[in-house]
Design a protein. Sequence first.
Lengths: 566, 371
Amino acid sequence: MLEYDILIVGAGGAGLYAALWASQNPKLKVGVMSKVYPVRSHTGAAEGGINAALGNVAPDSPEKHAFDTVKGSDYLADQDAVELMTQMGPQIIYDIEHRGVPFSRLPDGRIAQRPFGGASFPRTCYAADRTGLVILHTLFDQALRQGVEFLNEWFLLNLVHDGERVLGVTAWDIRNGGVHFVKAKAVILATGGHARMYWNRTSNALGNTGDGSAAALRAGIPLKDMEFVQFHPTGLRKTGILITEGARGEGGYLINKDGERFMKRYAPEKMELAPRDIVARAIEREILEGRGCGPEGDYICLDLRHLGEEKLMERLPQTVEHARVYEGVDPVKEPIPIRPTAHYSMGGIDTDKYGRTEIKGLYAAGETACISVHGANRLGGNSLLDILVFGKLAAEDAAEYVVGVEHAATDGAEFVRREEEFIKSLTEKEPRENLGQMRRELGEVMASKVGIFREEKPMLEALEAIRELKERAKSGLAVVDRSRRFNLNLVQTLEFLNLLDLAEVTTLCAVERKESRGAHYRLDYPQRDDENYLKHSLVRRKEDGTLEHGWKEVVITKWQPQERKY
Amino acid sequence: MAEKAVLRIYRYNPEVDQNPFYREYEVPLDEVQTLLDALFFVQERLDPTLSFRFFCRAAVCGSCAVKVNGVSRLACKTRFRDLVEASGGRPITVEPLNFLKPVKDLVVDHDAAFENLKTLKTWCEPKEPIPEREYRIPPEEVKKYERPTNCILCFACYGNCEAVMDDPKYAGPFAFSRVYRYAVDSRVKDEHKREMVKNALEAGDVWSCVQCQKCIYVCPKGVRPAEDIQNVRGIAAEMGFRDYPGVRKLQHFVDWVYATGQINRLALPEEVYGVDPTPLINKFREKGAEVWEVPKPLPGLLEFRDLILEVMKEKKPHLDIDFHHVRRIDKRVEEVFKADVCTRITEKFEEQKSDFFSRFWKKLGEFFGAS
C-alpha cells in the first residue's frame, strides 16, 4: 500500500509549489498525485502575469495591492487573507525568480511589471504572454531537483476521513487500471477549477472538472461561494478558447451585426477596455437583444483588421493562430466570432488562510480552494499569486501538522472494495445515454440559465434540469470501454459526474444569492445588497445526499464596503 | 452528402490484443476543426474504447502529440481540413509517437522521456550569494532562452528524432534545449552548469545528433532544438570537454580545412577514433583507387587561410585552430608534394579569388560558430 506523510493531489502551480515546500523537510515522505503529467496542468495556460507589489516600475505597496484586490472582489474577499497574500507577494516572486523563472526584464535587469485590469499601478510581473507556462515548467524542474515523488495519471476518487482527521484517499490508476487506497497523514487538494461545467463555453482545459471540490463535497466538507464564476469577454465562439485581453489592448473593436462599436453605449469612455464583467455583460446583452452576428445571431465580432497584418503578426501571433486553427477565420481578413467564456471559479472548498478545512490534515489550495481572496470577482494576475502563496502556506502547515500524527490503522481494503464495486456498476450498466450528448446538455443549461445574466425562474429550471441529468446519468450513463488500462471512457464519465454535482451546488448558490455582486449578476436583483448578502455562501452535502445551504461572515479588517466604480 | 474523411487509427490494447492493428473511421469535415476534434468524434460517436491523451486543447499543455502520416504533431493544433487536403483523399494514419513504450492505442508512456531530464539535471541551482531581491538579468540574456522556454515537453521532437532511432541512450532534442536554456542562465551556479553539460555529453550522448533538423520542423512551439544542440556542443567545447569523438571530428575539420582547404578522409578515423587507417588505405589500393595521403592544397590557400581567420574572429567559434596540428599537416604536405606549401599554394590565387569562395568560407564559419 502507498503511504505518504503528505499527499498532494494535483500537479499544477499550487500542487508543485506545495510539494517543493513540503519536501523541505527530508524526513517527510511527500507524494504528488495527478490525473495528468505535471506540466500538462492548466497553470500552463495562464498568459498575462502574476501580481506583486515589487514597485519596480512605479512606487507600490502590498497594502495598495490588497485594496485593489478587495475592491475588485466587490468586498466579498476576506481581507485578512488578502493582506497576507499581498504581503507575501514580493517574497514569492523573488523565490521563484531564484529558482529560474525567466521573467521579462527592465533595461536595468530588474523584473518588468505591466499594468493590468483593476490595478492602480503596473504591478503584474510577466514572461511575455506565457507566464503560467514558464512558472509551471520551472517548478517542475525544481521538483525533479528535489526528487519529489510523482503518481502520474492517477485519478482521485474519494477522500477518506473519520469525521475528525483525514486518513488518505482512494484513487484510480489510469495507466494500469485498478483502485488504490493511498494512506496519508495530510492531503492537500490542488485540483484546480471547475468551469468545464459550461462545457463548450469555457476557456478551461478539458480536464478542469473540479475533481477535488467534488470529492470534498461528497466527503461532507462545505464548498464556498460557488455561484461566482468569472466570464472572460472574448472566448472563441465554437470552443470558448481564450482570445487575450491584449487583442483589445492593441486596439481591437467589438462590433455587432450592424457593424456598430456597441461598447459606446455601455462604457463610452473606456469602450472595449472597460472591466471584464462590464464588457462580458455588454456582449451578452447585444446577443440577447438580437444584435448578434451570424445566421443564429449568437456571437459578436472582434475586429482586428484595421491593425494590419504586420502588427497582428508581431503583437498578437497567438491570437492569429488560435483564430485560424480553432475558428477557421483569418483575422487579417475577417472579424473573429467571439462570446464570453467561463474562465475562473472564484468558489471552491471552504478553507481558512492556511488552506485548512474542517477536517484535520485536509487542506486545499489554488483554484479548488475558496479562502477567499478573490471574493465575487478575481483580478487578472492574482490567480498565479494565489496558487503559490497558499500552496506554500498549506504545505508548511501540513508539514508541521503531520509530525505528531500516526498513520491510520486501516488497510483501506474496505474503501477499495466499495470503489471497485462502484466502477463495476458503471461498466455493467446498460448504456442508454451518450456521454458527449449529456456533457453538451449540461454546458448549454449552465451557459443559458446560470451564465452571465441570471434570474430566479431560469435558474430554478436549470436546477431541475441538472437533477434530471443526474438521474439520467445514474440510470443510463454507462462506461462502454471495459478495459482497465488507460480507460479514457471511465475517466471522462467520472469527471462528468463530478461536474454534475458541482453544477447543482453552483446553481443552488446562485438562486440563494438575491443580489448582484461581482461576477454574479441577477436581472431580478441588479443591486449589491450589503445588508443581507455581504457574506459567503456555504453548501454542505448531508449524509442523505441533500444539500444544505448556509452563510458565513466575511472578514473585514481595514476597508469598509464602498460602491465599486472604475 | 456531407464531406467525409477517413482516419486510419492505430489500435492496441496490450491486455487483450496480441498485435497492434489499424481501424478506419469516417469523420465528417464539417463537424470538426482539429484532428483532436476528429478523435473526439470517433470516441464519442463511433467507438468509445479509443484512448488518446489531451488536456488544454489549445496547444499549450503538450498532451496530445501523435504521429500523423509519419510526422509528429499536436492533435489540437492540426487543422483537420488541411490534413485532408494534404493527403489527397487517402486515409489519414494516426499512430502513437515513436520510441516510447505503448500503453494503449495512441497513448505512450512518457516516463522515459521525463526521466531524461532528471538524468541530465536540467534545472536551476542558484548561484550564491542568493540576492535578497531578484537577480539582475539584462533583457538580452532573457532573449537567449526565450525560444527554449517555449518548450511544452510534448515530445514531438523525440518521436521524429533520427538520433534516438540509432542511439536509444540519446536524451532527445527537447532535453538539450533545456540544457542550453539553463546553461546560458546567469543565475545558475557554474559547477551545476558544468555538471549538466557533462551529463549532456555522457549520459545524454549529445554528439549523437546528426543535425537532420527534423526537430525544428516538427516542433509545434517554434523551439529550435537542433540549434540548441549545436550550442550545447559549443559550450561543452568551451568548458574544455574536448575528448569526445564529435569534438575531435570538428577539430579535424577546422585544422585540415585551414591547412589544406579540405578535410582528409583517410586521417579522419585515426584522429577521431584512434583507428589505424592502414587497412583502409590498403583496401583502396587493392581496388585500384587513387589514394591521397594528404589532399593536394588548393591554389591560393594562404589567402584562404586569412579569410578563415577573419571569419573565425567575426563568428567567435567554440573551437580554435590547433596550430601545432596544422604545422604537422604542413610538414606532411611538403614531404608528399616535395614543395614548400606556402609558395606552392599562392601562385594562382588571384584568378581563383571570387565571390563564390568568400561566400563558401562565410558559410563554413557560420557552421563552426553557431552562437
